[in-house]
Ligand binder design. Structure first.
Ligand code: DX5
Length: 219
């Protein structure tokens, strides 16, 4: 089953709770909250306070994508704020395995993400620990960027690795996902498609955009 995961990075920040509720009403089971610290990526966005505000706005899963250095400093704060999953970057952690273990031990889902320039070999040792692998299909930091087609082959290779090792976890992709690129990442093996600007934009409603995205991957 293909899941589209709205990313609130592209939502109207003046009415974040409403936009999250629109995604929930449109059938989304999960939304992604992009946390950025201005160091790991050249942008600053949300903190635990926004997660707890959204926790009281919607009942669906809150997936917190930590694009921050030393994410271990904030694991507990985001869990206390109501995160259901924490995704950390391989590039931002000295002790990746240990941090992922600590997230799992806290009773929530753990994910690992890698940037376009990072090879799959950097995460091969944690595939048994995580609940999801998120492949960045843009350079992280901003919504509305163009999809990096070079990452399609990486998605295919990860699909093969997971199949060969019998690891049944979803591949998520994040960045530049729209009705044109969605079928291509699905063909490569991705089943969770994080989408910001193709869901939250001024052209259509959230529900209409999500419908278009789902139609784009219907066989
Ligand atoms: C980049 C962000 C974006 C966001 C999705 O750091 O992670 O990829 O979630 O944005 P769009 O779908 O607009 O590329």
């Amino acid at each position: 089953m293909i899941t589209f995961e709205p990313s609130i990075l592209s939502a109207d920040f003046s009415r974040l709770g409403e936009q999250a509720q629109e995604a929930q009403v449109a059938g989304s089971q999960i939304i992604q909250i992009d946390v950025m610290d201005g160091v790991f990526v050249p942008n600053i966005t949300f903190g635990p306070g926004i997660v707890s505000a959204l926790r009281s706005s919607v009942g669906i899963k809150l997936d917190v994508h930590l694009m921050i250095i030393q994410p271990e400093r904030f694991i507990q704060q985001f869990i206390d704020a109501g995160a259901d999953r924490l995704i950390i970057h391989q590039e931002a952690s000295q002790h990746l395995y240990k941090i992922l273990q600590s997230i799992k031990n806290a009773g929530i889902e753990a994910g690992v993400s890698i940037n376009p320039g990072t090879s799959l070999s950097a995460i091969e040792e944690v595939l048994e620990v995580v609940d999801v692998v998120q492949i960045m299909t843009v350079n992280p930091g901003f919504g509305g960027q163009s999809f990096l087609f070079s990452q399609l082959n990486k998605i295919r290779r990860l699909t093969k690795i997971l199949d060969e090792r019998g690891i049944q976890i979803p591949i998520a992709v994040d960045g530049g996902i729209d009705t044109q690129t969605a079928p291509q990442v699905v063909e490569a093996g991705a089943t969770v498609l994080v989408a910001g600007s193709s869901v939250f934009n001024q052209q259509k409603t959230v529900a209409e955009n999500l419908k278009d995205l789902h139609m784009s991957v219907k066989k």
